[in-house]
Design a protein around this ligand. Structure first.
Ligand code: BTN
Length: 265
């Protein structure tokens, strides 16, 4: 077994995380809010943030009944997966790259386990070319408290996938051939999110972008992008400091800030 995976081989309880986060030595002062079940960790985190929760609150749930993905899509979140939201309070200039940055953090952790992780713009985490996870960053302002970013991470770990999703999605258990400790994975992810966040707030966004480019499975591909104002086909050439994707659509390079990307070839 890959060395990094050894400590991930046994299942242990996610609820233990509340005690262990303080030993991570992170700059973010994580506090874990553990739930057996909720609608969406994003909503619980938002409620806590609206009531003045500190940066670093992490809502993690064994199961979400109403998990959501980008563009309001349903996110299947059965038992055995890792579903959590971190409350952060970034300066506005660190916000643009937060979503790509958290993708980099997840990519680092999965690569550290010897998995062939890649990032598909804007926020899909692929393993062996299938979707193993996704990131959802929702921002809002709390009067007197500035910007709040709800950083949601969903990772298929030991959970079953609904039949219709099994062709395009994958759980890490299937790739590794064994169940993984979600607790150890969770702690590794929190540590890496902290590292990336520090790089962003110190103005080292270019380092994160460079790493995203290396992990990217989108750049260099011919893609179709579906946006609110139409569909475009072209070659994905780069990403920018607001997380935007640049596509050469034939008559020039155009920046896209939102949309759904399909890899054509
Ligand atoms: C996507 O790929 O569209 C993003 C998926 C994000 C899912 C996570 S699971 C934890 C958090 N709570 C949610 O309801 N969504 C995010």
């Amino acid at each position: 077994m890959n060395k990094g995976r050894e400590d991930l081989a046994s299942e242990d309880s996610l609820s233990e995380a509340s005690k262990l986060v303080s030993n991570l030595g992170t700059r973010i002062r994580y506090q874990v809010y553990y739930l057996e079940k909720c609608g969406s960790t994003q909503d619980v985190a938002r409620e806590l943030a609206e009531k003045g929760a500190q940066e670093g609150i992490v809502v993690v749930a064994e199961e979400q009944e109403n998990g959501r993905g980008r563009l309001g899509r349903r996110w299947f979140s059965g038992r055995g997966g890792l579903w959590f939201t971190v409350v952060l309070k970034p300066q506005p200039d660190a916000l643009g790259l937060l979503s790509l940055g958290v993708g980099v953090a997840v990519g680092r952790v999965l690569r550290g386990l010897g998995l062939s992780a890649g990032l598909k713009w804007p926020n899909d985490v692929l393993v062996d070319r299938r979707k193993a996870g996704g990131i959802l960053v929702e921002g809002f302002t709390v009067p007197g408290d500035g910007i709040v970013a709800l950083v949601g991470v969903g990772l298929n770990v030991n959970n079953e996938l609904p039949p219709g999703l099994a062709e395009v999605s994958v759980a890490l258990r299937e790739v590794v051939g064994a169940r993984l400790s979600r607790l150890q994975l969770f702690l590794k992810l929190l540590r890496e999110i902290d590292n990336v966040y520090l790089q962003l707030i110190e103005g080292r966004g270019e380092v994160i972008l460079e790493e995203w480019r290396r992990l990217s499975v989108t750049l260099g591909k011919t893609v179709k992008i579906i946006t609110a104002d139409g569909e475009y086909i072209g070659v994905a050439v780069d990403v920018g400091s607001l997380g935007e994707l640049y596509i050469d659509i034939g008559d020039g390079i155009r920046a896209f800030y939102a949309g759904d990307v399909v890899h054509v070839r």
